[in-house]
Design a protein around this ligand. Structure first.
Ligand code: N01
Length: 484
């Protein structure tokens, strides 16, 4: 049976970052498994019209592979995907990628000090198992009365059917989150009618997007100091916002005023303004950056419906007011199921402890990375490492740095297994939940940041440099080390 030092699950930014850092450290005995036929993670999977990053690209990219060629401040999906492909090539990761290979289950073999993996292409052994699967991989679909009887086209924003011609169609879009606000302006001009079902209005600010000029690109290409300076500028611009998100949510009031002024500038109809005005503190849900959404909502072929869906029929939707609205297609922009983020993955740790058992109240991971009962198992960007204010790539790099040190330590000291102490994980999570109490994310709105029991297992309650600091050095004293 093939045996690897490290097996990484997922080939998005997280998986590629782990692979790159292993190679830089001289560890070449690893695989990156990707369940799909192509690699690239979220920026390959999400291909809906208008898909783009809402974090500046010069920051939303690897620090060790900066890209002077971004054509816009907020790069479109195709550029992000091209960057990922080039990164995999330039960093020498292609031979390590195994596409169309899904990890089905894995169990920890205590005697061997390794994981036995069952993949869709056979079995393998990994001394260390690292997941970089991302939290936003499993589409969440609403349960709507009568949906099964609908005869038209349906798809989720993440599974966009580009073969379906939207020209002249009547379409219901459900959801007004980060994905919907990007594709609604793109598709509305093509449609006969767009019915936008909004459950909660988002807070919206203009996206300060712009083209990066040829001269700027030349500068960024030839002077690494300009790349670092521009990256640092973007980092600081985003990072200081944590003061409002995490420490003083009352500061959001000033930005709320700006957002309302922006909305009023584009929306004249008082009834539509009322519908689009959020009633929760800005930042509690993700703040959305977009320049053409409100304008789109004033089009004569667009209706914003705020009273929900009563029923779906074969060729129509009955809205919350009981009005029947004929539609050819329903597009779900209803987000992702975070509680199922690790999906059907059957992971059995020490003593046969399953991931499901260990995560009954959500995963109490240590530093978002390791779990008691799961030796030699690491998560990149795991629980409570998500951000509402800065670049996830920074968090990914912080996590990968920590995992790399753990792996190197097992090699150097001939350690059979490393397992985080249960009391270390427990205390860490108690502190995280305590810190979250004063943040805007726990200020009362319902969002995907909170699980079904209202616990925030998604976001990092701190400055990102604080996470980098706690991940800088692998704290072996918080781990049980077992030797042969
Ligand atoms: O999903 P969402 P998304 N009936 O969960 C509504 C990242 N991202 O795919 O607010 C009716 O944000 C739901 O309503 P409500 C980013 O982190 C990044 O848009 O729950 N409506 C909401 O309006 C983002 O946060 C980029 O009341 C229902 C919408 O559907 C995350 O992905 C771009 C419903 C879901 O919004 C997810 O974004 C795009 C129901 N049963 C996405 N269920 C970047 O640019 C849900 N809704 C980096």
């Amino acid at each position: 049976m093939p045996h690897y030092e490290v097996v990484i699950i997922g080939s998005g930014f997280a998986g590629l970052c782990m692979g790159a850092r292993l190679k830089q450290a001289g560890i070449h005995d690893f695989l990156i498994l990707e369940k799909d036929k192509e690699f690239g993670g979220t920026w390959r999977v999400n291909q809906y019209p208008g898909c783009a990053c809402d974090v500046p690209s010069h920051l939303y990219s690897f620090s060790f592979l900066q890209n002077p060629e971004w054509t816009r401040k907020y790069a479109p999906q195709r550029e992000l995907l091209a960057y990922t492909v080039k990164a995999a090539q330039d960093l020498g990761l292609m031979p390590h990628l195994r596409l169309d290979t899904a990890l089905l289950s894995a169990e920890y073999d205590e005697a061997a000090g390794a994981w036995r993996l069952h993949t869709s292409r056979g079995e393998m052994i990994a001394k260390h198992l690292v997941t970089g699967m991302g939290a936003l991989g499993r589409p969440k679909l609403p349960t709507l009365p009568g949906l099964e009887s609908f005869q038209g086209k349906t798809f989720h924003s993440q599974q966009w059917d580009h073969g379906y011609d939207l020209q002249g169609k009547r379409v219901a879009v459900i959801g007004t989150g980060a994905s919907a606000i990007q594709f609604v302006p793109e598709i509305a001009p093509k449609l006969a009618q767009l019915d936008l079902y909004q459950r909660t209005p988002p807070w919206i600010l203009p996206r300060p997007d712009r083209a990066i000029s040829k001269a700027e690109r030349w500068l960024l290409r030839h002077f690494s100091i300009s790349r670092w300076a521009y990256r640092a500028l973007n980092y600081v611009r985003n990072e200081w916002r944590y003061i409002a998100f995490g420490k003083q949510p009352a500061l959001m009031r000033a930005t709320q005023k700006l957002a309302l002024a922006y909305m009023h500038k584009h929306i004249r109809d008082p009834e539509l303004r009322r519908k689009l005005t959020p009633d929760y503190t800005m930042g509690c849900k993700r703040i959305l950056l977009v320049n053409d959404y409100y304008q789109t909502l004033t089009r004569s072929n667009v209706a914003v419906l705020g009273n929900g869906i009563r029923e779906v029929r074969a060729h129509s939707v009955i809205d919350g007011d009981g009005q029947e609205r004929a539609v050819d297609a329903i597009i779900f922009a209803t987000g992702f199921d975070l509680e199922q983020a690790l999906g059907p993955l059957e992971l059995k740790g020490r003593g046969g402890l399953s991931l499901q058992q260990a995560s009954r109240d959500g995963l109490d991971a240590y530093k978002g990375t390791t779990l008691p009962g799961f030796p030699n198992f690491y998560m990149i960007a795991g629980p409570n490492t998500g951000l509402g204010h800065n670049s996830m790539i920074y968090m990914i790099e912080s996590g990968v740095n920590y995992i790399l040190q753990a792996i190197q330590m097992t090699q150097l000291q001939r350690i059979k297994s490393l397992e985080v102490k249960a009391d270390a994980a427990g205390e860490y999570n108690r502190q995280i939940q305590q810190k979250l109490k004063g943040t805007v994310w726990n200020s009362g709105c319902k969002s995907w940041y909170l699980n079904s029991r209202g616990k925030n297992l998604t976001l990092w309650p701190g400055f990102t440099f604080e996470y980098r600091r706690i991940m800088k050095k692998f704290d072996a004293d918080q781990y049980h080390a077992r030797f042969d």
